[in-house]
Write a new protein. Structure first.
Lengths: 283, 363
């Protein structure tokens, strides 16, 4: 069922319509938004590689992870990196977003990653960022009527350097660009005022929120009684999706989500290799 | 100047539903007001004639559904069909492109066949002794339909409006995304309304202003609460003394609660649209006709100019349906039959207001 979101992004938008836009929203009660983002990213990449999607390329605007992370992620999921120059490009807003370094240390980024990425050294200028994204996207798909998709690592990071109206402006301009097939972004809702979250929900056509499995357990003192419930919140979550359908109705889906840690890496702060899978909610 | 309407039956009300012969698309209403059509026949009926000239109409959007666009499209198309000048402002990059999505009036042939069908269906339901009255109505109905300058046209949402409607007359499109504040939009509105000043009761030509998503987040003015409020206030003042109607749509979820309340107070006519959940079995059981509904329309306030008498509506919530996916209709919500033993049936759904409640207010 989470594949419904990926399929909607894969199918893209009709002629003259705005591109479908997905907001992935999480909070500290259930901090799995980034895992969901990676899941959607890999699914979309698979569709693009298999030629099943409307878009023929993907531009990743990376604010909170370096390009090497994404390269490793795709490699781990079995996606061929060697031939990736023609379908994926990563805009590096992570290494030096404000242009503080006069030179950039090449060994920060691996060889593979640097061939797939380019630097953005002024994230405060969103007009420039917009042109960079469009330029990179067009570079991937070439001339003609093809389209590309965009993934924005974290809109929460984007709004740290720019005003809400300029972030809303760039997102709506990207959505309404003829050659953008679909776009999705991540948001940590508790970092912002409700107004910003409402703005993003207004701008998107699908809102996927990650909620804790046991709502009541969060926020309470860690006692022996609720310890197991709290632990559960770090392995399971509820995935709540609202689709704005073309006929003007809203479709709501709630499914449960499991986070699986592989082997040694149990470090919750930096999950190097975690997998996420979805099952229907058994009430 | 005013021609009397032929009385159809002894039970008809003598409301002067007459189109002013000089000005197409404008009709006289009670208390010296003049109406223009909203482009949706059902909405005109609900509001007691249409949108009064000189009033400010506000539509509260639902962030999850684009139904306010349906209202705007019909409003703008109706104005263009009647040759009324139009000013359209929107936060999109290409506001002029929106004109290509405006609906065209349904073809006359289609209208006649549809009416005959619906008349025949009605004939089945009406008891036999009233059929003779229905027969009397028919000839008058047809002659009305022949008149191209109908007060309210029926729009086919699948057929785009012919280009000559907006190339030959004054249609001004303004983008509000890129300007730093609302001064430019205010200039445009002021100069537009200056051309439609009301002088001693005569009406040269009515004008229409449509502003879409005034507080859209991509506009820089969207976080200037007081500036937006001043703009609306000055616009309301300007439109009061002119022969024009202003329709503004806005998403209240993006404004603070106090701002929303202030904006609602500013409006003469206040409507809101709401999305409905898809494949909702509970709602399907509660409401009949759920399959055809695309959304809900709520009427919060109806403009009353030159009078202190309030307008009491029989119902305030209507369902928005697309007949044959082309024609917009508004219908009163009908609750599915409720089990009488469970007590008052009006308590079950907050959105339906029973007509018998209005009955207690009749005097």
């Amino acid at each position: 069922m989470a594949d419904t979101i990926c399929r909607t992004l894969r199918d893209g938008g009709l002629e003259g319509e705005h591109a479908p836009a997905l907001t992935i929203k999480d909070s500290k009660a259930s901090p799995f938004g980034f895992d969901v983002f990676n899941y959607v990213l890999t699914q979309l990449s698979n569709y693009i590689l298999a030629g099943k999607s409307q878009s023929r390329g993907l531009v990743v605007v990376a604010y909170s992870r370096s390009p090497s992370f994404y390269v490793d992620l795709l490699k781990r999921r079995g996606i061929d990196i060697a031939s990736s120059h023609d379908w994926i490009h990563i805009l590096d807003c992570y290494t030096d977003p404000l242009g503080w370094k006069n030179w950039l240390i090449d060994k920060d980024i691996s060889q593979e990653a640097s061939s797939l990425s380019s630097f953005c050294q002024d994230v405060r200028n969103l007009d420039k960022l917009y042109s960079l994204i469009i330029e990179q996207g067009k570079g991937l798909i070439g001339q003609g009527k093809d389209r590309f998709s965009i993934a924005i690592d974290s809109v929460s990071e984007m709004v740290r350097h720019a005003s809400i109206s300029s972030v809303a402006g760039i997102l709506s301009n990207l959505r309404s660009h003829d050659q953008v097939s679909s776009i999705f972004w991540l948001l940590h809702s508790d970092l912002h005022e409700i107004k910003f979250t409402s703005v993003l929900e207004y701008l998107s056509s699908m809102v996927a929120s990650v909620e804790p499995f046991n709502q009541a357990a969060f926020g309470q003192r860690v006692d022996l009684e609720n310890l197991s419930m709290l632990e559960q919140n770090f392995r399971k979550g509820k995935f709540h999706v609202r689709f704005k359908r073309r006929n003007g109705r809203v479709r709501v889906m709630v499914i449960s989500m499991f986070l699986y840690f592989c082997g040694e890496c149990a470090d919750l702060l930096y999950r190097k290799s975690s997998y996420i899978y979805f099952t229907p909610l058994l009430v | 100047m005013a021609t009397t309407k032929p009385r159809l039956s002894s039970f008809s009300r003598n409301l002067s539903a007459v189109s002013s012969s000089q000005t197409p698309g404008v009709k006289c209403g009670p208390n010296g007001t003049m109406f223009v059509s909203s482009g949706i026949a059902d909405l005109d009926k609900i509001l007691g004639g249409g949108f009064p000239l000189g009033s400010l109409v506000m539509v509260m959007e639902d962030a999850e559904a684009p139904h306010h666009m349906l209202l705007l499209r019909n409003f703008m198309s109706q104005g263009l069909v009647h040759g009324q000048p139009l000013l359209y402002a929107s936060p999109s990059k290409d506001p002029r492109g929106f004109l290509g999505t405006l609906p065209s009036p349904a073809s006359l042939k289609h209208d006649k066949s549809r009416d005959r069908e619906s008349e025949q269906e009605k004939g089945l339901r009406i008891a036999w002794q009233y059929k003779k009255y229905m027969g009397e109505n028919q000839p008058n109905f047809d002659s009305h339909r022949d008149n191209k300058q109908d007060y309210c046209n029926e729009f086919d949402l699948r057929k785009p409006l012919e280009r000559h409607y907006f190339t030959r007359q004054r249609v001004n499109c303004v983008g509000i995304q890129d300007s730093k504040n609302l001064a430019a939009l205010q200039e445009h509105c002021a100069s537009f309304l200056a051309q439609h000043q009301r002088n001693d009761g005569s009406c040269a030509l009515a004008g229409r202003i449509a502003i879409q998503s005034l507080c859209a987040p991509q506009c820089e003015h969207s976080n200037m609460d007081w500036e937006m409020l001043s703009f609306i206030k000055s616009l309301k003042g300007m439109v009061r003394s002119s022969n024009a109607v202003v329709v503004i749509t806005f998403p209240p979820s993006l404004l603070s609660l106090s701002s929303t309340k202030r904006w609602q107070h500013m409006a003469d006519t206040l409507l809101s649209v709401a999305a409905i959940p898809d494949e909702d079995k509970e709602l399907a059981k509660l409401l009949s006709g759920y399959q055809d509904m695309v959304g809900l329309l709520n009427v919060h306030k109806v403009a009353r100019l030159n009078t202190q008498v309030p307008f009491i509506l029989e119902a305030t919530t209507f369902s928005i349906k697309l007949q044959k996916r082309r024609f917009l209709v508004l219908e009163c919500l009908n609750q599915a039959p409720v089990d009488g033993s469970s007590g008052s049936s009006y308590g079950t759904s907050g959105s339906c207001s029973g007509s018998s409640k209005a009955g207690t207010l009749d005097f």
